[in-house]
Design a protein around this ligand. Structure first.
Ligand code: ACO
Length: 311
């Protein structure tokens, strides 16, 4: 049973009002947002690693500049999102410590390696494409700071998606070897990209409550379907083949029927057993430890200034 306060809160949500940091909110709403926004922020930061891997090996100066800018954007997205989470009463340090202690997650997709330059194309095209599909509706999420952070993030993500597609286009129109590399990248990133949307609706733990609170606007399966429908024609335009023999247009539903990813693989990756989980966590722990002196220096500086101001 809902308390009168909870009823009033749900009414605000149902009317489409935005919830702001100082408004009353149920503890579950706050916790769900911290989990989702925190996980989202961690994903943006960890997501820099597979792409950062190729900055020194980008094939041209122009591609290198673009990739550098894109990876920096991801850091910025992480910062907007940590700031949004902080309005819920959790600090960025606490969130980071939870991640490093294995108490928070980041997106499964970043536990896959980027083996060739074509993978950078596939990541931009598919991974950022999936990210936008999920994030555009989140611009209308009920929590104000999260919704507003999404506006700018989506603009930048759409640039990222296009730069990835541009790499794929160059590779697909290149030599036979380059086209084969593009196809190989698509083969390896297709199912992990489908996993980004989360488990199928029947196995999604949080969807029902999160949708009632309008923290989520669509179900995992709805967004996955939209992603497939958008991406198949893009693959055809490239002359590449989606690695799914059962992919077929379904006239009745107005969308493609497609094979599900291997969900046991998804759960293994979530448990820490993906190809790069250990490497990603090591990189985050190392960065956190290497940055300790910067954080301490900034604190000491702030304390000195506060003391001077008080004197
Ligand atoms: N990777 C890692 N964990 C996942 C993923 C995924 N792709 N999908 C679902 N999960 C986890 C959930 O966090 C949850 O575990 P938890 O209870 O320990 O947190 C569990 O699997 C069950 O899933 P759901 O009940 O469906 O979880 P939820 O309602 O949170 O939906 C979703 C998952 C769709 C990812 C949602 O959290 C969301 O929209 N997040 C914001 C977007 C985001 O995080 N994007 C990051 C990747 S894109 C990028 O950064 C470039």
């Amino acid at each position: 049973e809902m308390t009168p306060e909870e009823c009033a809160f749900q009414d605000r949500i149902d009317r489409g009002e935005r919830i702001e940091p100082k408004d009353w909110m149920p503890e579950g709403y706050r916790k769900t947002l911290i989990r989702q926004i925190g996980q989202h922020a961690h994903s943006e930061v960890v997501g820099q690693l597979p792409e950062g891997n190729w900055i020194t090996r980008a094939p041209t100066l122009e591609r290198k500049q673009i990739l550098l800018a894109k990876v920096q954007d991801e850091a910025g997205h992480g910062l907007y999102l940590y700031s949004a989470a902080e309005t819920l009463g959790v600090s960025r340090d606490e969130l980071t410590e939870m991640l490093l202690a294995g108490k928070m997650k980041y997106s499964s997709i970043f536990n896959y390696p980027t083996l060739t330059w074509a993978d950078i194309g596939a990541v931009g095209w598919l991974v950022d494409g999936a990210a936008i599909m999920n994030q555009v509706p989140l611009q209308r999420t009920s929590y104000g700071p999260y919704a507003r952070a999404m506006v700018r993030i989506c603009k930048e993500e759409s640039f990222h998606q296009r730069q990835g597609y541009s790499i794929m286009m160059t590779m697909a129109r290149g030599t036979a070897d380059q086209k084969a590399m593009a196809q190989d990248a698509l083969n390896r990133f297709w199912y992990p990209s489908l996993m980004m949307f989360g488990p199928s609706d029947k196995d999604s733990v949080h969807s029902a409550q999160s949708m009632a609170w309008k923290i989520k606007i669509n179900t995992n399966d709805e967004l996955r379907q939209k992603f497939v429908d958008q991406t198949v024609p893009q693959a055809r335009f490239l002359g590449l083949e989606i690695p799914d023999p059962d992919l077929v247009w379904n006239e009745e539903k107005g969308g493609y029927d497609f094979s599900q990813p291997d969900w046991s693989e998804f759960y293994e990756v979530l448990k820490g057993n993906g190809p790069c989980n250990a490497e990603r966590m090591e990189a985050r722990i190392e960065a956190w430890e290497d940055g300790a002196w910067v954080r301490e220096g900034l604190m000491a500086h702030a304390e000195k200034r506060a003391a001077a101001h008080a004197a």
